[in-house]
Ligand binder design. Sequence first.
Ligand SMILES: C[S@@+](CC[C@H](N)C(=O)[O-])C[C@H]1O[C@@H](n2cnc3c(N)ncnc32)[C@H](O)[C@@H]1O
Length: 433
Amino acid sequence: MDFDPLSFFEPEPKIAIQNTDNENVGKLHNNDITEVGGNSSETSEETGARKNEDCASGEKDGTVRLQVLDLPIVNTSLPAGVLSTLLKLFEPDQTKNFGPASQATHPTSAQMTMLELEKYLSCKRITTLQLEELSNFLKRNIQSTLTLTYLPKQDHTGITSFLTKVISFPFLNYTEEERDSIYNLASHVMTANSSPALKGDTTRVVEIEGLSKDILLYEPALTEDKIGNITWGASLELAKQIVKDKTSVWLPKPAAAMMTPILELGAGTGLVTIVLGLLGYRVVSTDLPEIVDNLTRNIELNQLEFVKSSPAEKIVTDSLVHVTSLDWRAPNEFLDRTMCLNGYETVLLSDPVYSTSHPYWVRDAVSAVLSQSENAHVVFMVGRRDRFEDVRECLWQLISDLGLKLILSRIVDGYDDYGVLQYDYKVYGRKDQ
Ligand SMILES: C[S@@+](CC[C@H](N)C(=O)[O-])C[C@H]1O[C@@H](n2cnc3c(N)ncnc32)[C@H](O)[C@@H]1O
């Protein structure tokens, strides 16, 4: 029978069924548990009892939820591909926005269409064939349909013990590359649930009311101190303001933004840039050189037309989005390459200050790149985090010292990965409104 990848994910939870007179009961397992499964001393009778319990508690459709005991024995007969697929499935699922709505939604076969499943698997870097290989491997001792429970959350201890075995097993039959990848995946799954900052490679899904499609943001593991590789709540709040308030005083009409593109400084994973691009604005999206690759990847992931230029190349803004590096400490290096010789009329920054030097660097960059036109605006969305009051106040003072007028100042309620957070939404212009 053809493999149905949807069947690998658990059905929606059902109300317990009292009737145990279920024709599937007898089919739920066979006795061959020596080759796979039995990742403990459980006997076939115990396994059978457990399967019968599953069935009695509502698995009436012949499905059995994957449990820790069904995981393969960690030994040399475990194929690297199978183990790799399993570990990828145990990585945290996609994150949606921030705050309460960000609870990772584990897919269920009842909810998912084939298209959604393909999207889910591609975010996890798994092909249908790899899922089938894993399913067949796991099913060798269970003749019923085995579905994937969100095991890391449901049996943390059991999974940690499985991962510990993986990390300490030599896998001498694997290639060096396979071994490294398995150890990386297993240690990533181990740490992933302990802190948002440690969750590593993940794809955040951002849903904004008023936008016709969700935005996908790839966030690689924070292996070094690359703050720009995670999405900050400030960019979501700024993006929401842009979508909600298209008639805002500072937002040019898309046609005007075709003439002088909007410039984003410290764009990070690119949410604001992508929203602007989806709305038809021309954008020059910038960040530190080491952040530009992931920024570009996200613009591509969201299917926007873009051009990327290396630090030595001219910035030719004939594409919808242009990605390049701009270090606030050396804005002239950027100005030497830009075609907008008179500077940019609209400059955007979300969450740019998190050290005492940042306000000064941001001031210097804004001063260098903002046009002298009376229509020029610089827009900030900055998290009102405790202990950073002085840094924020310093920024507002330095921006005012540039002679810019505060024309809009609002506190916006939002979230970041750690919970509820308010944001300062401030717009400065060259002239009073
Ligand atoms: C807190 S993150 C915010 C990222 C993004 N705006 C968001 O809200 O998701 C700060 C951003 O500023 C960038 N950044 C820090 N120092 C910078 C510098 N000297 N020049 C340019 N960008 C810098 C970081 O790389 C990072 O992307």
